[in-house]
Design a protein around this ligand. Structure first.
Ligand code: 13P
Length: 343
């Protein structure tokens, strides 16, 4: 394990002013996104769409790294056939790879999931490193509901995250450790706070037990928000305050940064929440707070594109704008007025 390399990569991923683009939708998930705009999810269409995102002029001002799916890591730019990992590295953007095999039903625990993908992971990571990946992602999912999550679900997911993280570091690949407490449901923000705190605590216990080098990881947490169907939706400041409080209570100071998932928040909310955290608390935090958004960076671009070549420039403009606003949110310099001024 090359600690210096891991530390440098992790620090570059969460540097101020920038964040991570999650473009690692599996083929079925990409299919769902494409269904929304009436585009067929073929290998060529997926290549065209990812090409559109990655060739956006100036994205490197705000994007430090891109998470790719296995298929995308092996694809190339349309115009000059440059493999995506090399193309991104050439722009100063670190290529990453989703390595989990998805969240599957947890045996004997109805409604709960455990993420799979540890089998042969050591060999897969070796190949991914050769292909240019310098960080990886593994997403664990914690569902809220009647009587769930159970301790068992939190435990097995935290354990798998730590096993994955150890294998990544052995391969000189920075693990993004992603425990996602889902927004789905009618639970209150208090419940999200309580479950997230329990989950993140358990994750760091497992990382510690399995001797993970914390300076060489990036945490990808959910924010502390009200459930999507909760009638009482917490405001921006409460989300920011609770999220920071929860992270301070659970995330060791050795961790270089937390890069949030957007998890179904609207584009504007995802940006405003991150901005508020950095405006109000940014000077007093031991780690950087940034983004690793999928939907909140891509939704407007996807809609603008709608599968039409003549819309590519508009789609790139939409993506650039979200990347820029979120980049500003990492330094607390975004304001909601920008949304209407630039519309
Ligand atoms: P969202 O921002 O759409 O939640 O996606 C982030 C991600 O990578 C989930 O694993």
């Amino acid at each position: 394990m090359n600690k210096e390399q891991l530390r440098n990569t992790a620090n570059a991923m969460v540097q101020k002013g920038k964040g991570i683009l999650a473009a690692d939708e599996s083929n079925p998930t990409c299919g769902k996104r494409f269904d929304g705009i009436g585009v067929e999810s073929t290998e060529m269409n997926r290549n065209t769409y990812r090409d559109l995102l990655f060739t956006t002029t100036g994205m490197e001002e705000f994007i430090s790294g891109v998470i790719l799916f296995d298929e995308t890591l092996r694809q190339s730019t349309i115009s000059d056939n440059a493999p995506f990992p090399q193309y991104l590295s050439g722009k100063g953007i670190i290529p990453g790879i989703k390595v989990d095999k998805g969240a599957k039903e947890l045996a004997a625990h109805s409604g709960e999931k455990v993420t799979e993908g540890l089998d042969n992971l050591r060999e897969r990571l070796r190949e991914y490193y050769q292909l240019g990946a310098r960080f990886a992602k593994w997403r664990a999912v914690i569902t809220l509901g009647d009587g769930i999550p159970t301790q068992a679900c939190i435990h097995v997911n935290a354990h798998a995250l730590a096993r994955y993280a150890g294998l990544c570091q052995e391969a000189d690949i920075v693990p993004i450790v992603e425990p996602e407490v889902l927004m789905d449901g009618n639970h209150s923000i208090e419940t999200c706070h309580e479950v997230s705190q329990m989950t993140f605590t358990k994750v760091f216990e497992e990382l510690d037990k399995q001797s993970i080098y914390l300076e060489g990881i990036v945490l990808k947490p959910n924010m502390i928000v009200s459930g999507m169907e909760c009638s009482d939706q917490a405001g921006i400041e409460e989300v920011a305050d609770r999220t920071v409080e929860c992270l301070k209570a659970t995330v060791p100071t050795d961790v270089p940064g937390c890069a949030f998932l957007s998890g179904g928040q609207s584009n504007e909310k995802a940006t405003a929440h991150l901005n508020m955290m950095n405006t109000k608390h940014g000077d007093n935090l031991p780690w950087n707070l940034t983004f690793s958004y999928g939907r909140a960076l891509q939704a407007s671009a996807l809609k603008a594109w709608s599968g039409e070549t003549e819309n590519i420039q508009d789609a790139q403009d939409a993506f650039y704008q979200r990347a820029k606003f979120n980049g500003m949110a990492t330094t607390g310099t975004y304001s909601e007025e920008l949304e209407t001024e630039m519309a």
